[in-house]
Design a protein. Sequence first.
Length: 185
Amino acid sequence: MLNAAPYRFVVSLALCAVAVRHAHLHGAEVTTSSPAKQTARAEAVVRGDLIAKLGRAVWEFAEPAFQEHRSSKLLADTLEEAGFKVRRGVAEMPTAFVAEYGSGKPVVALLAEYDALPGLAQAAEPVLQPIPRQQAGHGCGHNLFGAAIVGAGISVKEAMQRHGLGRRRGLRQSVLGPRRRIERR
């Protein structure tokens, strides 16, 4: 079974970033003891296996930028099933999506990337083991990044529901080049 610890670490970082940003917007002191933050962290731990499964699937899809059709579908479907409103094909990019939950201000967005890099087809092993006939692979952790951000978004949504926080949270996908186009829309 895949070790979910690295995924939980990335989710924890994402949750911390969301919490700090929210506190900053409201002039609040950053603490780690609020019930909503505790719930979000606990939800992230509960979702460790889902995050690991998503990360592994995106690793195996190994789709380069603008061709991440299966990865995009998997992550967007997962968010939709968790209660997010998902808009697909945003910014004239078939593999880009925006998933939203809640309403009002502030709006907190989490960016997920899941594209693979050409020429890095590698088995999930600690030694060099190229995958024959595979043209791309994950050498920069985007498979982890996309999966962890999806897990963080779902975890924060669950905390919002449980603690009556009606603010809007969003997840945006992009690759480096067209990111500005998505954020402006």
